[in-house]
Design a protein around this ligand. Structure first.
Ligand SMILES: [Zn+2]
Ligand SMILES: [Zn+2]
Length: 348
């Protein structure tokens, strides 16, 4: 089968590999119908994800059809249409029992798919702990509607959940890339008083303006002044930092009011500094990523009810055979791309 593979730093290649097989009673094999490319994949290619194993099939955003299940699997069966969670987790260890599934202590726990074990930019994927990691897609929800449930939408949902947003809050979201937009959709469900998005790209600001006219928009240059002007207590009550760029961490805490919560969703390529003398007395609460992806069933229910719709984010579609082209487009942020859907013509 075709599998998009991390060769070594700077190189991905579409290789022919054997189809995965069940290795453990708690595994399932999923025939991928749709996948996507994530910014985390770019970090792997840049050699910035030390855990990523050369030779691994990348891809951790996908939906598909269950092809085969191990003898221990009870929640899904062959033929079920499913979302695949970015994180694999045992469901039994201390962290899993507390909902902190990103830190599952199993050797395959946390973000393993498409990083430490073979992922889903391929025709088939083996999913360990499939009872936890697969969620059935309701009949009325399409593959495209469900595509982002297991990763970027799970991230936006989790980031919103841990930020404890109330109806009185002014919420600042830094970055309107794919994860920032997913975060926006989840924040909107909390109906805060104001939502401000800070985004560098005019093209992406225009996307937000067109689809979500009630959201206020600013740029990195004007962000601090804009937030001060549009909040009642000297800054945003809640800041969600999703950009992960050079100065966005600093911007996040500078735009927060005293005693605010700053939730860091971004995956940085460089270390960030926490200049405690500069922020002394602001009494901030920082919460940091990555996602505990255990809300996928609830997210699917919200999609089914029409409360979340990420389909406008799919701006381009490519067959798996042309993934190199899709990857270049996505990394180059060209042609107005937000997300690409990678179709598996053979398995659809
Ligand atoms: Zn991702
Ligand atoms: Zn666990």
């Amino acid at each position: 089968m075709l599998a998009y593979t991390y060769i070594n730093k700077g190189q991905f290649s579409l290789l022919d590999k054997p189809r995965p097989v069940i290795q453990d009673p708690r595994d399932a094999i999923v025939r991928i119908t749709l996948g996507s490319i994530c910014t985390s994949d770019i970090h792997i290619r840049h050699g910035k994800v030390p855990r990523a194993v050369p030779g691994v099939t990348i891809g951790h955003e996908m939906v598909g059809i269950v092809e085969e299940t191990g003898s221990g699997i009870t929640s899904v069966k062959r033929g079920d249409r499913v979302t695949v969670n970015v994180e694999t987790f045992c469901g039994e260890c201390f962290f899993c029992r507390h909902g902190y599934v990103n830190n599952c202590t199993d050797k395959d726990g946390g973000w393993a798919l498409g990083c430490r074990i073979d992922g889903g930019l391929a025709e088939y994927v083996r999913v360990p702990f499939a009872d936890q990691g697969l969620n059935k897609i309701p009949d009325t929800v399409t593959d495209e509607q469900a595509l982002f449930v297991g990763d970027i939408l799970a991230t936006g949902f989790w980031a919103t959940r841990i930020s404890d947003i109330t109806a009185d809050d002014t919420v600042l979201i830094i970055g309107a890339g794919p994860t920032g937009l997913c975060t926006l959709l989840c924040v909107m469900l909390k109906s805060p008083k104001h939502i401000i998005i800070c985004e560098r790209s005019e093209e992406r600001r225009e996307f937000v303006r067109r689809h979500y006219p009630e959201v206020m928009l600013t740029t990195p240059e004007n962000c601090h002044d804009f937030v001060i002007r549009h909040s009642e207590h000297g800054g945003a009550d809640i800041v969600l930092e999703v950009a992960g760029s050079n100065n966005s961490f600093r911007m996040a805490w500078e735009c927060a009011r005293p005693n605010a919560t700053v939730t860091i969703v971004a995956l940085y390529e460089e270390a960030q500094t926490l200049p405690l003398p500069d922020m002394y007395g602001k009494n901030l609460t920082f919460k940091t990523g990555g996602v505990d992806g255990c809300d996928c069933a609830e997210i699917l229910r919200l999609i089914e009810k029409g409360k979340i719709d990420t389909t406008p984010f799919i701006t381009h579609r490519f067959p798996l055979e042309r993934i190199d082209e899709a990857y270049r487009l996505f990394e180059g942020k060209s042609d107005g791309v937000i997300k690409v859907a990678i179709e598996n013509p053979k398995t659809m």
